[in-house]
Design a protein around this ligand. Structure first.
Ligand code: RET
Length: 133
């Protein structure tokens, strides 16, 4: 699959509010989050990845190895403790996040010069698209 590496800036964001509601994020924080221009910075060396979500308000970063479960604390999001595993499913980098919330996870993939991200939680799907910076 195409490399996800690089700096990516958001160009569309559908149902971020529904996803954040499913996470149990307060209306106050959701209003702030909805206004942010998110940036993804993805670093990769072999099977090792770092994915940073950057904004003027708050940043969030995860670091993982493909196929290896890791403990994720979603600090500043819903502050949940989850067990996450990232694998390739075809051309998609998929994460399963096991914890208190049902059907939680995400998928990242590249199509042309765009990075696509779907965020899942409890039946809600948020779709974000980023263009290469
Ligand atoms: C922000 C601002 C504060 C409130 C919320 C946020 C959401 C961040 C999310 C990050 C997802 C990161 C992923 C990384 C994996 O590769 C923007 C920090 C709720 C949803 C999927």
């Amino acid at each position: 699959p195409a490399s996800l590496r690089g700096t990516w800036d958001i160009i569309s964001n559908v149902n971020f509010d529904g996803y954040m509601s499913a996470l149990g994020i307060s209306i106050y924080l959701r209003k702030i989050a909805l206004r942010l221009k998110l940036r993804k910075v993805i670093e990769q060396q072999g099977d090792q990845y770092i994915i940073k979500t950057l904004s003027t308000f708050r940043n969030y970063a995860i670091s993982f190895k493909i196929g290896q479960e890791f403990e994720e604390f979603t600090k500043g999001l819903d502050n949940g403790h989850i067990k996450s595993t990232v694998t390739w499913q075809g051309n998609k980098l998929m994460c399963e996040q096991i914890g208190e919330k049902k059907n939680r996870g995400w998928a990242h993939w590249v199509e042309g010069d765009k990075l696509h991200l779907e965020l899942y939680c409890d039946g809600e799907v948020c779709k974000q698209v980023f263009k290469k910076n």
